[in-house]
Design a protein around this ligand. Structure first.
Ligand code: SF4
Length: 482
């Protein structure tokens, strides 16, 4: 059996994913998503930039790329020769575990020579991994510790450190005395799961699962089981508590008294979860238990703006400021797609946005996340818009996501705009499109000049604005009737 650093990383993020990557039916995987492909390309560009800037004289082990053993031997030869920097070296160790032979394999981006004793002479190596992230996440540290542990068995001595180079090229050094024991515990659990073929239960977590290539497979299972992880607010810890109390289904949760659950998860959380389950079982919206005294003010105005942004995070660029202007007096709705066809046009679309929203200086600006307000602040700062002009605009912004999550419980699997708007009957013209996909399309537009990509983005963004409008109408009626 082969256990790679990538598989261990999968295990750290989701044990089930590591299991499926080893034993799952690959035909059940989702096709590769454009967004993941883009991330991989960006990651490779980042690695190449770091190599060029800091380690231009690296050497690579030369061997058949499909033969890890030959690559590991070629890496060891380079280490024995005392090469100063090895790119894409392969570290391999055979390990006996509960009667099974497991090949542990790691491919750190770099192995860097430093002074110190090892079986090779008066030098040794430490590993460096180059990551696109901005923070040294625990999983990066764990994989760095895994490489250090493999290096130890190859050079006969534990490296003094391990390095992680992040997006801004800042190096971080990993405390190996803390991270090697933690990694060994995780490695032990991972090997045990694999040799015993223990398939971990499905647990859908939106953030973790949305980019996973097993998503459709796992989600189908979760839906067929009406799994509790599909209920918003159920975290792995809360799920465990519910299991302890014998609550296994959404119906059971809906029928349970919050007082029974309160001891383990707190009365307020228990009460919210019970109401969430009840909402799903009865397929209707509820006013939140704790919201009775403070009913929100959702402004109604003759003119209203609905605002949604498309951004390219890699370039820190907000390239589309989509605004739907709704005039209730003459019953018209006009969509204004303020689009930067070139990345340097962001300033122009920002100025056009200011002009547009200032045509009706009292009109509320509805949006569906904190991002729009954060972007208004960022663009104002970047392009020197006076505070006196920005404060009145910020005061007109109404975040419907904040209002809905604070005051209403709905029969949905998540409180995303898509889930909520779908439930109230709004449907996007193009199915299966997401903000991630738009990032890829914008990239494609910049590379190819094909306007079809822009048109698809505009359709998606306009539908986001219209969905926000529908949600606002629904909320106004709901608050009025409740
Ligand atoms: S979809 Fe979610 S639960 Fe399934 S393997 Fe992927 S991350 Fe794990």
């Amino acid at each position: 059996m082969l256990l790679t650093d990538a598989l261990l990383l999968d295990y750290k993020r989701c044990q089930r994913r590591a299991f499926l990557n080893t034993y799952g039916n690959r035909q059940q995987q989702d096709p590769e998503r454009d967004f993941l492909l883009k991330l991989r390309q960006e990651s490779q560009i980042h690695v190449e930039k770091v190599l060029l800037e800091f380690y231009p004289d690296y050497q690579r082990p030369e061997a058949d790329l499909s033969n890890p053993k030959a690559l590991a031997q070629a890496t060891e030869v380079l280490m024995l020769e005392g090469v100063s920097c090895i790119y894409h070296g392969v570290l391999l160790r055979s390990h006996s575990f509960q009667g099974h032979s497991i090949d542990l394999l790691g491919t750190p981006h770099l192995l860097i020579k430093q002074p110190g004793q090892s079986k090779f002479g008066d030098w040794q190596y430490y590993s460096t991994s180059i990551q696109l992230g901005r923070r040294p996440k625990p999983e990066y540290k764990m994989i760095a510790a895994y490489h250090a542990d493999l290096l130890m068995s190859i050079q006969g001595v534990t490296p003094k450190t391990a390095q992680i180079i992040l997006r801004r090229h800042h190096p971080t050094f990993v405390e190996l005395d803390i991270w090697i024991p933690r990694m060994q515990e995780t490695l032990f659990d991972c090997m045990e799961m694999l040799v015993k073929k223990q398939e971990p239960e499905v647990f859908i977590s939106r953030q973790r699962c949305s980019l996973c290539h097993w998503h459709t497979h796992c989600y189908t299972i979760a839906q067929s089981q009406q799994h509790l992880s599909l209920v918003p607010g159920i975290t792995p810890n809360r799920y465990e508590s519910l299991q302890t109390l014998g609550v296994f289904t959404v119906e059971a949760l809906a029928a349970t008294s919050p007082n029974n659950l309160g001891e383990l998860i707190g009365l307020e959380v228990a009460s919210q979860l019970q109401q969430q389950a009840q909402s799903i079982v009865e397929n209707r919206a509820f006013r939140k238990h704790n919201s009775s005294k403070h009913w929100p003010n959702i402004p109604n105005s003759p003119i209203e703006f609905y605002f949604d942004i498309e951004a390219e995070p890699e370039q820190n660029l907000d390239y589309l400021l989509g605004v739907l202007r709704v005039n209730h007096l003459d019953n018209t709705q006009i969509f204004y797609p303020l689009l930067a066809e070139k990345t340097e046009d962001e300033k122009i679309i920002w100025q056009n946005f200011l002009k547009l929203v200032n045509t009706d200086p009292k009109a509320p600006i509805f949006h569906f996340s904190e991002y729009e307000v954060e972007t208004i602040k960022r663009l104002a700062y970047l392009y020197g818009t006076p505070v006196s002009e920005i404060y009145p605009i910020l005061a007109r912004c109404v975040d419907l996501h904040q209002k809905v999550t604070q005051f209403v419980t709905l029969p949905v699997e998540s409180y995303s705009l898509k889930s909520l708007a779908n439930w109230i009957g709004f449907h996007w013209r193009d199915q299966g499109v997401s903000g991630d996909q738009c990032v890829c399309w914008y990239d494609q537009w910049l590379k190819t000049g094909d306007r079809n990509f822009l048109e698809a983005i505009l359709r998606y963004n306009e539908d986001d604005c219209r969905a926000t409008f529908h949600l606002k109408n629904w909320m106004s009626h709901f608050f009025l009737d409740s």
